[in-house]
Structures are given as C-alpha cells and as structure tokens.
Design a protein around this ligand. Structure first.
Ligand code: ATR
Length: 286
C-alpha cells in the first residue's frame, strides 16, 4: 500500500484526504492519504522524515509551501513561484512542484475559458503568485492588482523574469520560462481600467471568505470575462454573484482545489485522474 499525505498547520479541515481517496477507490489503487501537522518551523524535517518513512508523495499547504523549497529539488515553475505544494519521492531524488498554477488554468479551461489575451490577477500572496505564473506561462498578458501595490509590482517583475528568484538566487540567463512574459503590477484602484479590456479575472485574495465582500467593484465586471474565485468557502462568493449578474463565465474555487489535486494525483500515480469521482467527493463536503 502506498501512503500519500499532506503537511499543514493547521490541517484539520483539509478536503484533500476524501478527494484523493475517492480517486484511489475509483481506479482501484491501493493507497491511503493522510494528514500531518508538523510544528510551524518543521517543513524541511517533515519532508525528510516522510522520505525516510517511505511516503510516496506529499502535498504541502500553509504555512510550509515556501520553506519546503529548501528540502526538495524544485522544478522551474516551483522555483519561480517560490513555493512547493507537491513533493514527489518516487525517483532517487526528492522533487518539488507547484500544482496550484495548473489548478487555476485547468479550472478555467474546464469551463471553456480561452486562455489568451489579458488576465487580471487580484492578490500577490502565495495563491496570487501561483496563478500569475500559471497564466503567464499560458501566454497571457498578466495584470496583477493588490492592496499593497509594491507586492503586485514585485510579483510582476518576477513573472517577467527580472531581478532575483524568490529564493534569492540571481536569475540566470538561461531561465527557460517567463522571461518574455508581459506582466505589470497595480493597486486595487486600477481594477476598473484594467478589467475594461480583460478576458480573465482571478481573485487570489482571501476577500470573500470571512464576509460577503468582494475586492472588485461590481461595475467593473462585464460579460466577456471568465472569472475564477480561488475562495471556496463559501462556494458562491459575492464576486461570483456579481460576475454572473454581469453575464460573465464563473468558476468557483472548488474547481481550482480539484485540479491542483488532480495534477498531484497524476504526477504520483502516473495515471489519468478520475476527475468526476474526485470532484464529487470534494463537493459532497462543501
Ligand atoms: P495566500 O497564500 O492564500 O495567497 P497571503 O500570502 O497571506 O495568502 O496573501 C493574501 C492576499 O490577500 C494578499 O494579496 C493580500 O493583500 P496584501 O498583500 O495587501 O496584504 C490580500 N488581502 C487580504 N485581505 C485583504 C483585504 N481585506 N483587502 C484586499 N486584499 C486583501
């Protein structure tokens, strides 16, 4: 039996165990998915300990995604984002990946949102970084808007491949991706102007989670947008209600959660994930 898991702190309310185990069941894979709650400074020790114990794969969530980088060999995308959410122990190396980026792009694609043109990403924290790199790697022009404008500008520069990586290493001339990306950073007050000719909007802030609030003025939304809200509790946020009222295509946060899990599942098992079974298990619990 293979053991997969998740490290987070706190980790108690995670929906990943039922989602992944529904996938194992659907494909008759002999595996379990368990959660671990290491101390907050224990990312590297937890990854190394999991390797020693023969864990086959590990997801990583808050607050460990950045610290886990040091314990793995990150792929190019994880290194550029500066965070790891999926660790693979299957080879003779411990490799680190970031499936949050593809979680966002696959969620949008599954709703027939065309990933060309201009995307507006609201938020420049961990989720915002993953989404911005994911959309830029699809070839989209990325406009990051954040409450703290300097963070938006910093993220945009990172997406353009300028300056230093998140781990502080100087960007080398052979950096493969992102260098030609068109990305700019802005404050939230720029949103109406940015959205006027945008094709995709992603909320990667926590706004909408605690209260029925939105970081985007309703009047700035329009029917040509595909709108993904990374918030999944509640599933129907004020932003998504406003977007539906404006005639936009709406994608709730459970789709992003689903597809980051699907991508991890496929990396670990080498099989196409049973997306419908995993989606059902997830939505049953939301
Ligand atoms: P995560 O890893 O989930 O992205 P994070 O790194 O703490 O979490 O980032 C939270 C994001 O939500 C940030 O972009 C933050 O804006 P700041 O960089 O200005 O802090 C944004 N955010 C949180 N609360 C917000 C609020 N009330 N209004 C606008 N943006 C908010």
């Amino acid at each position: 039996m293979d053991v997969y898991g998740l490290i987070g702190n706190p980790v108690g309310h995670s929906l990943s165990p039922p989602m992944h185990e529904a996938g194992y069941e659907a494909l008759d894979v002999d595996a379990r998915y368990v959660t671990f709650e290491p101390p907050r400074d224990g990312a590297a020790a937890a990854v190394e300990g999991a390797a020693d114990l023969g864990v086959a794969g590990l997801n990583v969530t808050i607050p460990f995604k950045q610290d886990a980088l040091a314990a793995v060999e990150p792929d190019s995308l994880a290194r550029r984002i500066g965070a790891v959410n999926t660790v693979d122990f299957s080879g003779d190396r411990i490799t680190g990946h970031n499936t949050d980026a593809v979680g966002a792009t696959r969620a949008l694609r599954a709703h027939d949102v065309d990933l060309s043109g201009t995307a507006v990403v609201v938020g420049a924290g961990g989720a915002g970084r993953a989404v911005a790199f994911g959309l830029a790697d699809e070839g989209m022009t990325v406009r990051v808007a954040n409450r703290t404008e300097s963070k938006a500008r910093g993220l945009a520069a990172d997406v353009r491949g300028e300056g230093t990586d998140a781990d502080g290493a100087a960007e080398d001339a052979t950096a493969p991706d992102g260098v030609d990306a068109d990305a700019t950073g802005h404050g939230l007050d720029a949103l109406p102007e940015l959205l006027a000719d945008a094709d995709v909007l992603v909320n990667a802030t926590s706004v909408g989670m605690e209260a029925d609030e939105t970081p985007v003025p309703a009047g700035a939304l329009h029917g040509d947008l595909g709108v993904l809200d990374a918030v999944y509790r509640p599933l129907e946020t004020r932003l998504l209600r406003d977007a539906a009222d404006a005639g936009a295509t709406t994608v709730d946060g459970a789709w992003m959660l689903l597809y980051q899990g699907v991508a991890a599942f496929e990396r670990w098992t080498g099989r196409e994930a049973p997306v419908d079974a995993m989606n059902e298990a997830l939505r049953d619990r939301l």
